[in-house]
Write a protein that binds this ligand. Structure first.
Ligand code: PRT
Ligand code: ZN
Length: 285
């Protein structure tokens, strides 16, 4: 019986959420998460804990069959791996930033300028596409300090809240790409491993869908039913049950987290009452 090997970040921003995702998929990691290797007790999965920078290479070589890593690392490392499933966490953007006082006129501003980054490949490719020539200064950490010490005119780095840029007197001037945690896979998995991966992805999708949606119940006057039903997509269609009070119904449905507040506002205008919102544990469509 075959076992799939997954590479997870040993410590850092991806570590906890990657392990959490496996747990939400019902996978028990038995012998702790502090060691280099762990084994799942109830699913054919071995876990390797690595630095995130090494994960694309290990997956390409087949040392690990699959891995969870930021899309940004996959693009930067230029390894031949499959992008299997975006996982919706560790969302960030990769942006160009300049000292606040600099007047920015557009991408051509960077012509002949020096830009410090830990992502030289993504940056070079971006400027090549723009037809702008820049000098890429590769540094491995604290990129945001580079302009202040005269190492570079600007920087290219990961931005999440923007507070690192702000505290270093920098402003974001171009968003180059968006990134999130990604499940990646080796391109030559045998049939048995592919079958295990399929089972894992099925579970992951159910977990991700449940997080992106909420179950909603409400009471509504029958004269508003039609209007309310057009607002609520549900999984196939909403469930409508009569209440014991004449002229009223109970409506059950599933709504996307993203549209949630907008839909609630409209439901209230349409006379919906007693609105209950319940988190979903798993969602299988
Ligand atoms: O030790 P190892 O090499 O495994 O980890 P690492 O230090 O290289 O990576 P880690 O754990 O910092 O990040 C892992 C992944 O998380 C990254 O590759 C991104 O895909 C994703 N991610 C999401 C982030 C951020 N958000 C983030 N904010 N990675 C880094 N940052 C840093 C950024 O470099 C900058 O210094 O946070 C700062 C900006 O944050 P704000 O909120 O101030 O804008
Ligand atoms: Zn790293």
């Amino acid at each position: 019986m075959s076992t799939l090997k997954i590479a997870l970040q040993k410590s850092g921003r991806l570590n906890e959420k990657s392990i959490r995702l496996l747990k939400d998929c019902g996978i028990n990691i038995s012998n702790g998460t502090s060691k280099l290797k762990a084994t799942a007790s109830n699913f054919p999965l071995d876990i390797l804990f690595l630095r995130d920078d090494d994960i694309p290479q290990y997956v390409e070589q087949g040392v690990a069959d699959i891995g969870i890593v930021g899309e940004n690392e996959v693009l930067e490392k230029r390894k031949k791996v499959d992008l299997v499933e975006p996982l919706g966490f560790a969302k960030c953007r990769m942006s160009l930033a300049l000292p606040k006082s600099v007047e920015y006129s557009g991408c051509e501003f960077f012509d002949g300028k020096r830009v410090a980054t830990s992502y030289p490949n993504i940056l070079s490719e971006y400027f090549e596409k723009q037809g702008v020539r820049v000098e890429v200064e590769e540094i491995s950490g604290s990129v945001e300090l580079a302009p202040g010490i005269g190492l570079a005119d600007g920087i290219f780095d990961i931005v999440s809240t923007g507070s690192t840029l702000m505290t270093n007197g920098l402003k974001e001037v171009e968003l180059v790409l968006k990134s999130q945690a990604m499940l990646i896979g080796n391109q030559r998995l045998d049939a048995e491993k592919k079958a295990i991966l399929k089972r894992l992805v099925f579970r992951m999708k159910a977990v991700l869908a449940s997080k992106a949606n909420k179950y909603i119940l409400m009471n509504a006057p029958n004269e508003s039913l039609e209007a309310i039903l057009t607002l609520l997509p549900g999984m196939k269609s909403p469930t409508v049950l009569p209440l014991s009070i004449e002229g009223w119904s109970s409506i059950h449905s599933v709504v996307a987290e993203d549209d949630f507040w907008e839909i609630i506002d409209k439901l209230q205008v349409l006379g919906a009452e007693g609105i209950l919102v319940v988190p979903l544990e798993k969602m299988i469509s």
